[in-house]
Design a protein around this ligand. Structure first.
Ligand code: MET
Ligand SMILES: [Zn+2]
Length: 773
């Protein structure tokens, strides 16, 4: 097919940390006072400029600029829009206010942080209330755009604005404030900004409105016209000389939003063709005349090379719709900002040498730019078929990958043979509970798993990795640490002990390293929040557990304690999956089940080793939830089943605990009950009794350990405060249902405050216990 439509290439954002995490290190130096603000800015500008050059060199014609950030792009807009909460306004310097909002200061708590849609990136939640008085503060943004224009030229430098609807949808409000009450205050600022950009000769602005795809879309619909106008009226962002390009991603756009777009004066719309069914929307409504479609076909969230057999049919269908109209144009682009993927596979020399079949099918930000260019050329040349020579390299890489990493029949068969019975404990909670935790008193005290990780332990692990110490020497030191951890807990009088996780850097990486089918990049860092980067493991083959993973440390720990049970400690299947880069050739459910079967065998092995209490952590259960409400139930079904598959093998007398943290669970409470854990030790420190009330409201009958203090703060909680908490819990929950624990692991804390806090916790529990008698 020869194509009459105009085609070019674009991006919606790029990684921000620098190819070698230059910005991360600069930020941390700046916070330590080791470099000045000027030095920090220089490094940031260098990274950003290099990002721009890379995109030009790789053939990108419309480069999204302005989403680069020193900490977080939502926080940037809080500053640009003057929406800082009052507690920060006494800080007069922008930079001080900015980092104070991000990280807090003594006595001034930071903004809340939460997940950016269903990604693992966290943004700083805007706090809007009756005192919020938006005030334009666009100088930094405008300066960036000027810099970009002089580096890239006015046509290539496309300013990216965080759209007002998404900004407001992501915020939290007091009782007297809402999206509707804030919008009129923000819109004049956006108008001002568009005018300033127009004055710079900006031909087009990319307005990011990802909230138009999620559960909130219908809430935003009534405001579209006041912001963006329609076919007759102008909106706040309408300007005669500036084209508006609305970018959405992570899911399919709402039908109603699309219909509005089709008749509006918006010049371009970006849709994600890697997640959600945007193709159906397009086919259903056609594509309007005279507009441009941003075709998000290169996955901005995954690390995989394009698969020609997947993308060709989608692209052909898009072209078919588009070509019905002679005036349409296309921009080929990544599906979202590339901030969710690492910089380049070229840094992965280990993969090149030892896992070349995987290396061949990986694609990070630089490689994704090449794919964008390649696809646009193929379409321009009218060569779009699976087998076009231009796709030869990709096809060959995938063929090699499948040949070298074939399906493991035993794993797949086992997943397929899972039955309902495998998901069920031998008896229900009421029957099994009397057989569990028999040595424990009422209000048993415990912790969430990890104990402080000292520099010495981290150094030890580094030495092991570098081959400077033997496995034996390493284990001896780990065991000494376990002995110490057990001794401390015993002395404090805790009832259920943990080994303290000294052998784990990270709760997902540790298990991924022990399973076959995971690969670990050397430089595959992605930003999690601020300067914090993570290197998610890559699932590249069917998953198997060749050996026990935690049994040795459990036995060592239990060996140091004659009378008290040591709790086994595992990370749940859904969390391992959600914090990894999953495969795309099998479903997430299948991968969760494969993981669940590995964990199921570990639960059985722990039981066999004498473990009677096993905790399976699922802090990321909630965050894998789909953005569309209609997909939520299906996700929760398999997520819950994967947890049950991991744990249902346990005998009645084994107490299965779980721990969840990091987010609001209010919208999936019934599922939390359905996982059928005997005890749920859940984060609760920030909200009062809300968590317990939510559990009560669904008729939760199992045991609950709502965190009695916040481990994120170094402050030692006074005994009286903990007593007051426990007493308030007991107003809602019978004592026999209550477990006493902090709200998360203690890994990031120091020993002195840990011991002091736990001492208070145990004493508080004792006191409340005796008052019950
Ligand atoms: C993010 S949840 C952490 C749970 C883990 N067991 C720990 O204590 O560190
Ligand atoms: Zn936690």
């Amino acid at each position: 097919m020869t194509i009459a439509v105009e085609i070019d290439t674009g991006t919606l954002g790029f990684p921000r940390m620098g190819p070698n995490r230059e910005l991360k290190f600069a930020l941390e130096k700046y916070w330590r006072g080791a470099i000045t603000q000027e030095q920090l800015n220089k490094i940031a500008v260098d990274v950003e400029t290099q990002n721009w050059h890379t995109q030009v060199e790789r053939g990108i014609q419309r480069i999204g600029v302005g989403m680069f950030s020193l900490y977080d792009h939502v926080l940037d807009w809080t500053l640009y829009l003057g929406c800082e909460p009052q507690r920060f306004t006494k800080l007069t310097s922008d930079v001080d206010r900015y980092f104070a909002m991000a990280r807090g200061l003594d006595g001034i708590p930071a903004l809340d942080m939460t997940k950016w849609f269903d990604s693992n990136y966290h943004y700083e939640v805007p706090e809007l209330n009756v005192h919020t008085t938006p005030k334009a503060n666009f100088k930094n943004f405008i300066d960036t755009i000027k810099r970009a224009q002089s580096t890239l030229g006015k046509n290539k430098a496309v300013p990216v604005i965080l759209g007002p609807l998404t900004y407001l949808a992501l915020a939290k409000y007091d009782d007297n404030t809402s999206i509707a009450s804030m919008l009129p205050k923000l819109l004049p600022l956006y108008t001002l900004l568009i005018n300033q950009l127009a004055a710079l000769g900006v031909p087009e602005v990319q307005v990011h409105e990802p909230s138009l795809v999620g559960a909130h879309a219908s809430k935003l619909l009534p405001h579209l016209v006041s912001v963006y106008g329609d076919n007759t009226t102008a909106g706040a962002l309408t300007h005669p000389n500036v084209n508006l390009h609305i970018a959405t991603y992570f899911e399919a756009i709402d039908d109603d939003v699309y219909k509005w777009f089709a008749t509006s004066k918006i010049a371009a719309l970006s849709l994600d063709f890697t997640r959600g069914d945007n193709l159906s929307v397009l086919q259903k409504f056609g594509f309007p005349s005279g507009k441009r479609l941003g075709v998000g076909i290169v996955d901005g969230r995954g690390v995989w090379k394009i698969a020609p057999s997947t993308i060709t049919p989608i692209l052909s269908s898009i072209l078919e719709v588009i070509s019905r109209n002679p005036n349409a144009a296309l921009t080929i682009q990544p599906s979202s900002s590339l901030q969710h993927v690492p910089y380049t596979t070229k840094a992965e020399v280990d993969f090149q040498a030892n896992l070349s079949s995987l290396y061949g099918v990986l694609s990070f930000a630089y490689e994704k730019l090449d794919e964008v260019k390649l696809i646009s050329n193929i379409i321009k040349d009218g060569q779009l078929t699976n087998s076009t020579t231009a796709f030869q390299a990709a096809n060959a890489a995938w063929a090699t990958y499948y040949k070298e990493n074939p399906a493991k029949q035993a794993v797949q068969t086992r997943v397929k043979s899972v039955t309902e019975a495998d998901l069920k404990r031998p008896s229900d909670f009421a029957t099994r509970r009397p057989h569990q935790m028999k040595s424990c008193p009422i209000l048993p005290t415990t912790t969430i798993g990890s104990f402080p990780q000292t520099a010495q332990i981290r150094g030890l692990r580094r030495q092991l990795k570098l081959g400077k110490i033997t496995q034996q020497a390493y284990e001896a030191q780990i065991d000494a640490q376990i002995a110490y951890n057990i001794g401390v807990q015993d002395a404090l009088g805790l009832d259920i002990l943990v080994h303290g996780e000294p052998e784990r850097t990270d709760m997902v990486e540790f298990f991924a390293e022990k399973l076959n089918g995971f690969a670990f990049s050397q430089n595959g860092w992605v930003q999690s929040y601020g300067s914090r980067c993570v290197r998610p493991p890559v699932i590249y083959a069917d998953l198997e557990r060749p050996l026990d993973m935690t049994v040795r440390e459990f036995k060592v720990a239990q060996g140091f304690s004659a009378y008290k049970p040591v709790k086994g400690m595992l990370t749940g299947p859904v969390t391992i999956l959600n914090w990894s880069f999953p495969r795309l050739d099998i479903t997430r459910k299948e991968q969760a089940y494969q993981l669940a079967l590995c964990l199921r065998d570990e639960v059985a092995a722990l039981e066999k080793a004498g473990c009677t209490i096993i905790q399976v952590d699922e802090p990321a259960l909630r965050e894998g939830m789909p953005l569309k409400l209609s997909k939520k139930d299906a996700y929760l079904r398999w997520a819950v089943d994967a947890f049950r598959l991991s744990t249902a093998v346990a005998a009645n007398a084994t107490s299965i605990h779980t721990h969840m943290c990091y987010c609001e669970f209010n919208d999936c409470m019934p599922s939390i009950d359905e996982i059928d854990a005997d005890v749920n030790s859940i984060e609760n420190a920030r909200s009062g009794d809300e968590t317990i009330r939510a559990f009560k409201s669904i008729g939760y009958k199992k045991d609950l350990g709502p965190g009695v203090y916040d481990i994120h703060s170094p402050v030692v909680p006074p005994k009286d405060e903990i007593i007051a908490k426990l007493e308030s819990f007991l107003k809602l929950l019978p004592a026999k249902q209550l477990v006493v624990n902090p709200d998360c692991g203690l890994k990031t804390r120091r020993w002195p405050e840990t011991i002091a806090a736990l001492k208070n916790m145990v004493e508080a529990a004792h006191q409340v216990r005796s008052s019950l008698k």
